[in-house]
Design a protein around this ligand. Structure first.
Ligand SMILES: *Cc1c(COP(=O)(O)O)cnc(C)c1O
Length: 417
């Protein structure tokens, strides 16, 4: 719902005008939102519009669209109909006023941070953010004159203390990669708002099916759509959703910075999104079963999964993830990396790759994947033991995944030659 008369780019779709209680449920929105044409020739599926520019015979109409007074598209770096449908679907799933899409998740993250933070500004975050985000915090933002405070992820009071020193942005991720640490998003957002900070949450791991940070007080939610939203590991993309005025500022940065989502990728992501609820419900259920099974396995030292009662963040996760605990887990093998090297190559139903959130199960030991550039000591300091395996649960039959894990782990029954 527009709250002001300022011209806004047509990429930002107004929230549906019907009241909340009349809204369809998430699985229905995943299928139908953003799909309303009319599209050429009565097409029922959103077309991939590859035209770079959109022509106007009526110059007054052209000007009105260019100024955002009328719906329409001008140039593909700014907006595009296929991309707009993707934005509308994610916006509706997260329950936001506006959305804008990017070529990758990292483009969404860096454009958001560089929009909100100018030299002299201060951002508070945690040490366990996604690897690329961590580089933005440790290299790019300090070089741009931004004061970056990175806290121990599980030290809630230390994060509150940093926020109390003053913050322009609070940037959070929950659950985290790869040890699924859980942050209390509502409590931290409330503290940040007392300082006038903008609260940004990377919701890639949870997806809007499981967790909707805007309802917990976040101002902006962003995603690597490359992961669960697309779900098929065949398209890169990113998206930011939130209040219209904030998203308009980030959109402005993106249209000039140029990290536009390709319409072909937007189509792949849109198609993937239609099954988001189905996939995530299966992945939630399978991950909980697999985590429970792994926890009882003699070769497994520890399992990290927010759905387990043994997880330190379980109570908070149960409160802030009403849909489920997600499809990401990790487990630590007795025997360290030597054990990982024996077990992981034996898995039949898992890609060994630097990806997650796909229909196929994907495994990645942090030592060769997400945290490959760190030393063993640095990984240890982050609470990442050498025996850790990140396991992104796919949509396969969970009995096959458990059989597969059982067979692969059985190699550890015999001593290494
Ligand atoms: C993969 C990922 C990103 C980065 O997304 P890209 O699409 O690869 O740029 C950001 N945050 C999280 C949590 C991720 O898993």
């Amino acid at each position: 719902m527009p709250r002001d008369d300022a011209p806004t780019p047509p990429t930002q779709h107004d929230a549906a005008s019907h009241p909340d209680d009349a809204r369809p449920r998430l699985a229905t929105r995943a299928v139908w939102s953003g799909e309303d044409g009319p599209w050429t020739g009565g097409a029922t599926q959103v077309p991939v519009v590859k035209s770079v520019a959109f022509g106007y015979d009526d110059l007054d109409h052209w000007r009105d669209v260019a100024l955002g007074r009328e719906e329409g598209h001008i140039y593909g770096r700014n907006t595009n109909p296929t991309v707009a449908a993707f934005e509308a679907k994610v916006r509706d799933l997260e329950g936001a006023e506006a959305a804008t899409a990017f070529s990758t998740g990292m483009a969404a993250i860096s454009d958001t941070l560089f929009t909100l933070l100018t030299p002299g500004a201060r951002v508070v975050s945690v040490k366990d953010t996604y690897g690329g985000t961590n580089v933005v915090f440790r290299e790019f933002l300090p070089a741009w004159g931004v004061d970056v405070a990175l806290c121990e992820t599980l030290e809630h009071d230390a994060i509150l203390a940093e926020i109390a020193k003053g913050a322009d942005v609070l940037y959070l991720e929950s659950p985290t990669n790869p040890t699924t640490k859980v942050l209390d998003l509502a409590a931290l957002a409330a503290a940040a708002h007392e300082q006038g900070a903008t609260v940004v949450v990377d919701n890639t791991f949870a997806t809007p099916i499981n967790q909707r940070p805007l309802e917990l007080g976040a101002d902006l939610v962003l995603h690597s759509a490359t992961k669960y939203l697309g779900g098929h590991a065949d398209a890169l993309g990113g998206v930011v959703v939130g209040a219209r005025d904030l998203v308009a500022r980030i959109y402005h940065h993106r249209e000039i910075n140029g990290a536009a989502l390709h319409p072909g990728a937007a189509y792949d992501l849109l198609r993937g999104l239609k099954t988001l609820a189905l996939r995530v419900e299966r992945q939630n259920a399978s991950a909980l079963r697999i985590a429970t099974w792994l926890e009882a396995h003699p070769h497994v030292a520890q399992v990290h999964y927010p759905g387990l009662a043994s997880h330190p963040g379980h109570a908070v996760a149960a409160r802030q993830m009403p849909g489920g605990f997600g499809g990401m887990l990790s487990f630590d093998l007795h025997g360290g990396f030597a054990a990982v090297e024996r077990v992981v190559p034996r898995l039949r139903f898992a890609h060994r790759a630097a990806n997650l959130g796909a229909v196929e199960t994907v495994v990645a030991p942090p030592r060769t994947g997400s945290h490959v550039e760190l030393s063993e000591a640095e990984r240890a300091a982050m609470g990442i033991p050498e025996g850790l395996v990140r396991y992104s649960v796919g949509i396969e039959d969970p009995d096959d995944l458990i059989d597969d894990l059982a067979a692969a782990l059985s190699v550890l029954d015999a001593p290494d030659r």
